[in-house]
Design a protein around this ligand. Structure first.
Ligand SMILES: Cc1ncc(COP(=O)(O)O)c(C=O)c1O
Length: 421
C-alpha cells in the first residue's frame, strides 16, 4: 500500500471533520472573554454576565491575591526555578506549599503537580503495574481515562455512581489479583464536573470492609467548595481519613495553575520519584507557588468566601427549580440545566442568551448528554451578586418558551453574529 503523508491527510480532513469546527472558532470554541476575570466580562464586544469560569471563590481578581501575584512575579521573574523538581527546580517555597496542603487536607504529605491533567495522567501509571486492576467511574474526567490508558494494569469501568456494579467489578478484580498477586485501585471524581453530582465516597469507602483496595479521588471541583472547611467531598462525607489519595487542582477554586496529590508520606514520596510528567518537566514558577500559598490561606481563613459562593449557588439552583427547570442531581456548585432540543436549537439558544440577554453560558451536547437533550452548564462564584442571579433567571424564563415553540430550529444563527474581531 502506498505510503501516506500525514500532513496531506490533515489537509483532507480540514474539509471534512475538522471543517465542521471552522464556523465555531472564536464563538463556541476558543471564545475570547475579555476584561478582568469576574462575573461581568466582555464577549464579542459586549458586556455579559459570565457563568462559565470555575472561579468558585472569586479569588482570580481578589485584591490580596493580585498583590501577591504581582509582587512574586516582580521578585522572582517567571523563569525561576529552572529544571524539574527532582533535578534543579526545587525550593523551600515548593516544600512549604506542599506542607500547607498536606496540613489542610489532614494527610501526611502532598506532592505538587504542574497541571492537574498532566499530574493525574502520570500518577495512575506510577501507582499501578501489570499485576494490578484499576476500577473507575464511567463519567471520569479525561485525565483519569487517559491515565488509565497509559497504565499497564487491567481496567474495569463501572456505570456512573453504580455502587452495585462497582462491587461486582471488585469481585472480579479480586479474583484476578489473587492470581497475579497484584492490587486494586478504585478511582472516582469527588464532584463530577459536568453534572455536579458527587462521587458516593461514603458508600465506596464502606466497601473497604469487604474488599482490599486503594481509593484515589479527583476532587478538582470539590476542593475549596465542599465540606464545612472546604477540604472537599471527602470532608463533606466525613471520610477524609478513608480516602487514600486526594487529588485537586489550583485551576478552579484557587484560580491559579498547578495541582496536588495528598496522602501517606511513603506513597507521596514514591510519587515524587516516579511521576513521569513531573520528573521530565519544569517545576512550577515561584509566582504560582507564592500565589497558591496566598490563595490557600484565603481559602482556609475567609469562610465568608465559601458562604457567599453557597448563597449564590442556592439562589440560582432554587430559582431554577422554582421556575420548573431540571437541574439534575447536582449537590455542588456546578449547576446543569437540562432542556429538550436538538444540537442546532441548543446552539441558537446559547447565541440568543449571549447576544440578546448578555448571559454567557456554555452548552454541552451529545455524546456528553443523550441525543435530544441540551445541557447548559452554569458555574456560580462568590463574585456573583443576587442581582446577576435574578437577571439570569429572567433570561432563562424568557428563552424556555422560545425553545419549546421551535423558535431556535433551522439553520445556525452564527453568521448573523459572526463578525468577530
Ligand atoms: C475533574 C478534573 N480533573 C482534572 C482537571 C485538570 O486540571 P488542570 O486544569 O489543573 O490540568 C480538571 C480540569 O478541567 C477537572 O475538571
Amino acid at each position: 500500500m502506498a505510503q501516506q503523508d500525514i500532513f496531506q491527510r490533515i489537509k483532507e480532513r480540514m474539509h471534512s471533520d475538522l471543517g465542521r469546527y471552522a464556523p465555531f472558532y472564536g464563538y463556541f470554541t476558543f471564545p475570547k472573554l475579555e476584561g478582568p476575570i469576574g462575573p461581568r466580562m466582555i464577549f464579542n464586544g459586549k458586556e455579559v454576565i459570565c457563568w462559565s469560569i470555575n472561579n468558585y471563590l472569586g479569588l482570580a481578581n481578589h485584591p490580596e491575591v493580585r498583590k501577591v501575584d504581582a509582587e512574586a512575579a516582580q521578585r522572582w521573574g517567571l523563569a525561576y526555578p529552572m529544571g524539574s523538581r527532582l533535578m534543579s527546580g526545587h525550593t523551600a517555597l515548593h516544600e512549604q506549599l506542599e506542607k500547607a496542603l498536606a496540613d489542610f487536607l489532614q494527610k501526611e504529605d502532598a506532592f505538587l503537580l504542574n497541571y492537574g491533567y498532566q499530574g493525574m495522567l502520570s500518577i495512575i501509571p506510577a501507582l499501578t503495574d501489570r499485576k494490578d486492576v484499576i476500577i473507575y467511574d464511567s463519567s471520569s474526567h479525561a485525565c483519569i481515562v487517559d491515565g488509565v490508558n497509559i497504565s499497564f494494569a487491567r481496567r474495569f469501568v463501572y456505570a456512573h455512581n453504580d455502587i452495585n456494579q462497582l462491587e461486582d467489578r471488585l469481585k472480579k478484580a479480586q479474583r484476578i489479583v489473587r492470581r497475579t498477586k497484584g492490587g486494586i485501585l478504585v478511582i472516582t471524581e469527588g464532584v463530577f464536573g459536568m453534572h455536579g453530582d458527587l462521587g458516593k465516597l461514603d458508600e465506596i469507602v464502606s466497601l473497604k470492609d469487604r474488599y482490599d483496595f486503594r481509593l484515589l479521588v479527583d476532587d478538582a471541583h470539590g476542593f475549596g467548595v465542599m465540606g464545612p472547611n472546604g477540604r472537599g467531598v471527602a470532608e463533606h462525607f466525613g471520610v477524609q481519613d478513608k480516602v487514600d489519595l486526594i487529588f485537586g487542582t489550583f485551576a478552579k477554586s484557587m484560580a491559579g495553575i498547578g495541582a496536588f496529590v495528598a496522602g501517606d508520606k511513603y506513597v507521596i514520596d514514591f510519587l515524587r520519584h516516579h511521576t513521569r510528567s513531573q520528573i521530565f518537566a519544569k517545576s512550577l514558577p515561584m509566582a504560582m507557588v507564592e500565589g497558591a500559598l496566598k490563595r490557600l490561606e484565603l481559602l482556609r481563613e475567609r469562610k465568608e468566601l465559601r458562604e457567599q459562593l453557597w448563597k449564590i449557588v442556592n439562589a440560582i439552583q432554587q430559582g431554577l427549580k422554582q421556575r420548573g427547570f431540571d437541574i439534575g442531581k447536582t449537590q455542588s456548585a456546578v449547576t446543569p440545566v437540562f432542556m429538550k432540543g436538538e444540537e442546532v436549537e441548543a446552539a441558537n439558544m446559547i447565541i440568543d442568551l449571549r447576544e440578546n440577554y448578555r448571559i454567557f453560558v456554555s452548552g454541552v451536547i451529545y455524546p456528553v448528554v443523550e441525543k435530544g437533550t441540551v445541557l447548559i452548564r452554569i458555574i456560580p462564584t462568590a463574585a456573583h451578586t443576587l442581582k446577576e442571579v435574578e437577571e439570569t433567571l429572567a433570561a432563562f424564563e424568557d428563552v424556555r418558551p422560545k425553545l419549546e415553540k421551535g423558535y431556535y430550529k433551522g439553520a445556525l444563527w452564527l453568521e448573523k453574529y459572526y463578525s468577530l474581531s
